[in-house]
Ligand binder design. Structure first.
Ligand code: SF4
Ligand code: FES
Length: 378
């Protein structure tokens, strides 16, 4: 598909290529209550979720727009009773289907239905390798044995499996065990994903930020394992923002490669953008995905480099990291157009050092994710 430059896009905006992937957030419902959940603090209730037919239309529109794959996510996507129908609709649209799941609801019958519907890949999250800690972090009983059962079912079905280990201060010391677990369950890829501090995770930052010593040990362990396991296991690993000198290219740049649709149908440049104030995000109930991608003010606002202020505006990395993460910039400075404080050139970079010091002095209690109730401490 050719790149286009829609009318009315700001200067400094490169020609628009189609998005590579759609993140379909099918629901915010989830049996787990992870304190680092990337869902917004205001969770969408079931009555407001898009129905099966609307999602099927979204998948067709995503494919027509040029998307190659869909990540079926949540919340917990298998909490939707129509999950197999949704996989079937995505596969029928020609999309590569990846189920992002906590795995605790995945039994033989559901696995058979998903395979029959055309599922290609499963990304299974793990909270820890120590059962009691896994239970505490996810706020869910017997989580680990259920996940191991899910991994076995995925492999027996012949599907590709990625293990997603979300790491933070309370489990990072068990990284060697997580690598061993990935091998044991037959995963082809391990994502060692440091928590990103927006949504619920920001509320729990003091309990989750790793120490520098932990980070250095983990980075060395990843280097060792990558060497030793070449050809057996691919390990994805990025140094977390709070210890980085330059920011990550979040989403590959705002509105450049990626779009998400929320459970209620809002079209977003990233999964966390719903928390940004002052945006009128388009909704698939009212506009097509193409219209949202190409023409909406929300997508165009931070596209390219024309919106940047100093120090990004004159920086040689402006088209490499696109100024970092808009959601993190807002979460830390209150200004979504600011340079991401993860950048050492940002005037707000000291905020990160301060957060690391505060976290080191904290007790480590969690505020669990809840729907429609006051946050609870552990
Ligand atoms: Fe990236 Fe802006 Fe920092 Fe340059 S100043 S490295 S563009 S965040
Ligand atoms: Fe929203 Fe980075 S998570 S732009």
């Amino acid at each position: 598909m050719n790149a286009v430059t829609p009318a009315g896009t700001p200067s400094g905006t490169p020609p628009l290529a189609p998005p590579l992937a759609l993140l379909a957030e099918l629901t915010h419902r989830c049996p787990l209550r992870c304190p680092y959940c990337s869902n917004p603090v205001e969770l969408t209730r079931v009555a407001a979720e898009l129905d099966t037919a609307s999602w099927a239309r979204v998948f067709q529109e995503a494919s027509a727009l040029g998307c190659l794959q869909v990540h079926l996510s949540g919340g917990e996507p298998t909490a939707r009773r129509d999950i197999a129908e949704l996989v079937r609709a995505a596969a029928a649209a020609g999309l590569y289907t990846n189920l992002i799941t906590a795995g605790v609801l995945l039994d033989e019958a559901m696995m058979a239905r998903l395979v029959e519907a055309g599922l290609d890949h499963v990304q299974l999250s793990v909270q820890d390798t120590e059962p009691g800690s896994a239970e505490r972090i996810g706020g869910y009983r017997d989580a680990l044995p259920k996940k191991l059962r899910a991994a076995r079912l995925v492999r027996e079905a012949g599907l590709a499996l990625t293990l997603n280990a979300v790491v933070h201060r309370q489990n990072l010391d068990r990284l060697p065990e997580m690598i061993a677990l990935a091998l044991e369950i037959g995963a082809g890829r391990l994502e060692v994903a440091h928590v990103q501090y927006y949504g619920w995770a920001l509320a729990n930052r003091d309990a989750l930020l790793p120490t520098r010593a932990q980070l250095e040990a983990a980075t060395a362990e990843v280097q060792r394992a990558r060497e030793a396991l070449k050809g057996r296991l691919v390990i994805d690993y990025v140094v977390p923002d709070y210890y980085a000198k330059r920011p990550k290219s979040c989403m590959g740049g705002w509105g450049r490669q990626f779009l998400a649709v929320s459970p209620a149908g809002r079209v977003l440049p990233c999964h966390a953008a719903e928390s940004l104030p002052g945006f009128d995000f388009p909704n698939v109930r009212e506009v097509s995905l193409r219209d949202a991608w190409e023409n909406s003010e929300a997508f165009n606002r931070f596209r390219g480099t024309g919106w940047m202020k100093g120090p990004c505006r004159d920086c040689p990395r402006a088209e490499i990291d696109w100024g970092g993460c808009r959601c993190q910039a807002f979460a830390l400075t209150g200004d979504a157009a600011a340079t991401d404080p993860a950048c050492g050139l940002s005037p707000d970079h000291a905020l990160l050092d301060m957060a690391v010091r505060e976290a080191a002095a904290s007790e480590g209690d969690f505020t669990y994710r809840v729907m429609g109730a006051a946050p609870q401490k552990a």
